[in-house]
Design a protein around this ligand. Structure first.
Ligand SMILES: *[C@@H]1O[C@H](CO)[C@@H](O)[C@H](O)[C@H]1NC(C)=O
Ligand SMILES: *[C@@H]1O[C@H](CO)[C@@H](O)[C@H](O)[C@H]1NC(C)=O
Ligand SMILES: *[C@@H]1O[C@H](CO)[C@@H](O)[C@H](O)[C@H]1NC(C)=O
Ligand SMILES: *[C@@H]1O[C@H](CO)[C@@H](O)[C@H](O)[C@H]1NC(C)=O
Ligand SMILES: *[C@@H]1O[C@H](CO)[C@@H](O)[C@H](O)[C@H]1NC(C)=O
Ligand SMILES: *[C@@H]1O[C@H](CO)[C@@H](O)[C@H](O)[C@H]1NC(C)=O
Ligand SMILES: *[C@@H]1O[C@H](CO)[C@@H](O)[C@H](O)[C@H]1NC(C)=O
Length: 584
C-alpha cells in the first residue's frame, strides 16, 4: 500500500461519510479508500468565518495537476462509493438499489480514451441521421412506427465505434403544432435508433439533438460520484449578537474540525455543518445556497461542454427529415398505439397535450372549471421551484384564491392560499436540504416524508410532489434514499386514507446553458428521472410526465417550463383529481 493510501486509511475513522452498516465491508473497501482520498484532499476546504475560498480552488487545481490524485479519483468509477446514506439498507432495499443502478447503467467510453482528445469525440456537425424506409413502399400511416438511424462521427469525420452519447429525439409538425418524444436506443457502436409512434396525419419532421458526447457523459459521471461538493451550502449560527457562518453539505470531511450532525432522525436524510467555534450546534438558524465550486474539470474536458458545438446541438438529416403520414389504414384501429411498448406517455396536437392511456385529459380553461374541481379540496404541494410554478399558476388563474401574507421569502415560501367560499386550501412548501435557496429559517427545512406523515389524508386531500432539480450534484444514491423514504410515507398515507390523491411531477429537460453544465446537466436529470419513475411504479399515484411534455412541445426547453406547459401539467393533475366527475 502506498503512503498515500495509508494516510487515507488513517482518516477513515474520522469521517462522517462512514457507513453505519458494514454488511458487505470488503466489497466496498476499495471504494472507501477512493472516497476518503477525496476527503483527504478536501480537508483544506475550511470552515466558519475563515472559510477559505482559495483553498477550494487550490484543491481543485491540485486535482487537475496531480497525476496521482487524478488516477486515484477515476480508479473505481462505479456506484459503490456511497453505498448507504443515512440509515442502513434492508436486504430488500439493497436489492432494489442494485436493480435501480443496473436500470440506469450507461455505456462508458472504452478504457484509454480518457483524457479525451477532442478531435476523437462526438461531433454533432459531422453526425447524421437517416429515416429508415417504410416497409409499405415509402408510405407511412397513422398507427405505424417511424424509425430513424443516427450515425455519430467525431470532429474529424470518422465514425464513432462506441456508444454512450446522450441524444434526444422528437417528431413534430409546426403546422399541426404537434410533437412527440422519440425513444432512443444505443447500439453501442456509434449507431443509434430513434423510434416514434405516428400519431397524426400530415407532415412529420424528425429532430435529433446531441445533448452530450459519450466523453462528456464520462466526465459528468465522474463528477457525480466524486464531487458531491460541486454545490455548497451555508448556515448561520447565532446567539445574541454573535453569529458564525459555516459550510454545510450532505457530507463533509471531518478533520477540518468538529461537525454538527443535522441528519433527520426519522427519514435518515443526512445533513452536516461544521460546528461554529463559539456557538453550539443548536444555534443554527438559517440555511442557504453557498455557491458553485469552480474549476472542476480540466481545460481539455471543458472543450466537451461547449454550447453551440457539442452541447444540445442538432444532428442533421442525411437527406430528408420529413415524412408524410397518411390516415390510419382500414382494420388498423386495433393497432392503437400501445404507450407501454412505445414508452410514450402522450403527445402534443394543436398545442394540447394528449396522454396515451391513464387519465382522460380535460381542459380546465376557466376559473370556474378549476374551482368546481377543487371545491372542498386540500392541496398540498411539496417540492422545488418547478412545482412552485403550479402553485403560482393556480394563483394567477383563480381570482378568488387569496394568498395569505405570511411574510415568507418571495421565492421559497412556504405559501398558503385559500378560497374560503369554495373551501379550497392550496399550500406550497419547498423540500428539505439539499436545496439551493436564498436564506431560509431552519424551522422551514422540512423533509417531504415527514410532512406526509403529518397528513390525515382522505378523498379531499391532494398531494403533489416535485423533487428532482437539487439532487444533480450528488451520487444518485442520495436521491434514491430520499425517494425511498418519500415512497414509504406515500404508502403509509395511502394505507390510512386510500382515497388520497397523489400526483408526482417528473423532471424536465432544461435550456442549453443549464442542460450542458456540470452541475445541472440533462443527463444527470434523466438518470434521476428514471429512478423516480421506477421508485413509484406500482403505487396508486399519477405521474405527470414533464420530461416528455417538454420534449414534445414546440417551445424551447427551460428548467422552469413556459406557462403553456405548466397549464397542461396542471390540467393533467386536475383531470386526475376530478376523474370521477366533478363535484360541488
Ligand atoms: C448523525 O445522526 C444520525 C441520526 O441521529 C445518526 O444515525 C448518525 O450515526 C450520525 N452520524 C454521525 C457521523 O454522527
Ligand atoms: C493544508 O493547509 C496547510 C496550511 O494551511 C498546509 O500546510 C497543508 O499542507 C495543507 N494540506 C493539504 C492536504 O493540502
Ligand atoms: C503527469 O505525467 C506525465 C507523464 O506521465 C508527466 O510528463 C507530467 O509531468 C506529470 N504531471 C504532473 C503534474 O505530475
Ligand atoms: C466497483 O469498483 C470496485 C473496485 O474496483 C470493484 O471491486 C467493484 O466490483 C465495482 N463494482 C461495480 C458494480 O462495478
Ligand atoms: C488528437 O488526435 C489528432 C488526430 O486524430 C492528432 O493529430 C493530435 O495530435 C491528437 N492530439 C493530442 C493532444 O493527442
Ligand atoms: C453585543 O451586545 C451587547 C449588549 O447587547 C453590547 O454591549 C456589545 O457591545 C455587543 N457586542 C458587539 C460586538 O457588538
Ligand atoms: C376502408 O373501408 C371503407 C369501408 O369500410 C372503404 O370504403 C374504403 O375503400 C377502405 N379503404 C381502403 C384504403 O381500403
Amino acid at each position: 500500500m502506498t503512503l498515500f493510501s495509508l494516510q487515507l486509511w488513517q482518516i477513515i475513522s474520522k469521517t462522517t461519510c462512514t457507513v453505519t452498516m458494514f454488511r458487505s465491508v470488503l466489497k466496498y473497501i476499495l471504494s472507501f479508500v477512493t472516497l476518503f482520498g477525496l476527503i483527504f484532499l478536501l480537508r483544506n476546504i475550511t470552515i466558519g468565518q475563515n472559510f477559505r475560498m482559495s483553498a477550494l480552488y487550490e484543491f481543485q487545481n491540485r486535482i487537475q495537476s496531480s497525476n496521482q490524485s487524478r488516477s486515484r479519483l477515476t480508479l473505481h468509477d462505479n456506484h459503490t462509493l456511497y453505498p448507504h446514506w443515512g440509515q442502513p439498507l434492508s436486504p430488500e432495499e439493497e436489492l432494489e438499489e442494485g436493480d435501480l443502478l443496473d436500470s440506469i447503467a450507461w455505456p462508458q467510453p472504452p478504457p484509454g480514451s480518457a483524457p479525451p482528445n477532442l478531435s476523437r469525440t462526438s461531433d454533432p456537425a459531422h453526425s447524421l441521421f437517416t429515416i429508415v424506409p417504410s416497409k409499405n413502399e415509402q408510405r407511412w400511416y397513422v398507427g405505424d412506427q417511424l424509425e430513424v438511424q443516427v450515425h455519430l462521427h467525431d470532429f474529424e469525420g470518422r465514425p464513432k465505434r462506441y456508444g454512450g452519447d446522450f441524444l434526444l429525439a422528437r417528431l413534430h409538425s409546426p403546422k399541426c403544432k404537434a410533437g412527440v418524444a422519440g425513444q432512443v436506443l444505443d447500439h453501442k457502436n456509434g449507431l443509434y435508433s430513434a423510434r416514434f409512434p405516428l400519431l397524426w396525419e400530415g407532415s412529420a419532421q424528425v429532430a435529433v439533438t446531441m445533448v452530450h458526447s459519450s466523453e462528456a457523459v464520462a466526465v459528468l459521471r465522474r463528477l457525480r460520484e466524486k464531487r458531491p461538493d460541486r454545490v455548497y451550502f451555508f448556515s448561520f449560527f447565532r446567539r445574541g449578537n454573535h453569529s458564525e457562518k459555516m459550510l454545510c453539505n450532505v457530507c463533509l470531511p471531518q478533520d477540518e474540525g468538529p461537525l454538527c450532525n443535522f441528519t433527520d432522525p426519522h427519514s435518515g436524510d443526512q445533513w452536516f455543518c461544521y460546528k461554529p467555534k463559539m456557538l453550539s450546534c443548536d444555534a443554527r438558524y438559517s440555511h442557504s445556497m453557498g455557491g458553485y465550486a469552480k474549476n472542476l474539470i480540466t481545460e481539455k474536458e471543458a472543450l466537451l461542454f461547449k454550447r453551440g458545438k457539442n452541447v444540445k446541438v442538432a444532428i442533421h438529416a442525411s437527406t430528408t427529415d420529413t415524412i408524410n403520414v397518411l390516415p390510419a389504414r382500414n382494420g388498423s384501429s386495433s393497432q392503437k398505439p400501445d404507450p407501454v411498448k412505445l414508452a410514450t406517455s402522450g403527445y402534443y396536437y394543436q398545442d394540447s397535450w394528449r396522454p396515451l392511456g391513464g387519465v382522460t385529459m380535460r381542459q380546465f380553461d376557466t376559473p370556474s372549471a378549476i374551482t368546481q374541481c377543487l371545491t372542498n379540496k386540500l392541496v398540498y404541494m411539496y417540492g422545488d421551484s418547478t412545482l412552485r410554478q403550479w402553485f403560482e399558476f393556480l394563483l394567477t388563474v383563480l381570482p378568488d384564491m387569496k394568498k395569505l401574507n405570511l411574510e415568507n421569502p418571495k421565492k421559497s415560501g412556504p405559501f398558503m392560499a385559500v378560497d374560503s367560499t369554495r373551501n379550497i386550501l392550496l399550500e406550497y412548501r419547498f423540500h428539505g436540504p439539499p436545496i439551493r435557496i436564498q436564506p431560509v429559517m431552519v424551522s422551514e427545512l422540512r423533509y417531504i416524508a415527514n410532512e406526509l406523515d403529518g397528513l390525515t389524508g382522505g378523498p379531499n386531500t391532494v398531494v403533489v410532489l416535485g423533487i428532482w432539480a437539487h439532487f444533480s450534484t450528488f451520487p444518485v444514491e442520495v436521491y434514491m434514499h430520499r425517494l425511498r423514504h418519500i415512497r414509504k410515507a406515500v404508502a403509509r398515507l395511502l394505507d390510512r386514507a386510500r382515497e388520497t390523491v397523489v400526483v408526482i411531477r417528473t423532471a424536465n429537460p432544461q435550456e442549453p446553458g443549464r442542460a450542458g453544465n456540470v452541475y445541472n446537466s440533462d443527463w444527470l436529470m434523466l438518470q434521476q428521472d428514471a429512478v423516480l419513475r421506477s421508485m413509484f411504479k406500482g403505487l396508486d399515484v399519477m405521474l405527470v410526465d414533464a420530461w416528455q411534455m417538454c420534449l414534445a412541445h414546440r417551445l424551447p426547453h427551460n428548467l422552469h417550463p413556459p406557462r403553456a406547459i405548466v397549464k397542461d401539467m396542471v390540467d393533467m393533475m386536475l383531470s386526475y383529481v376530478c376523474r370521477n366527475g366533478t363535484r360541488d
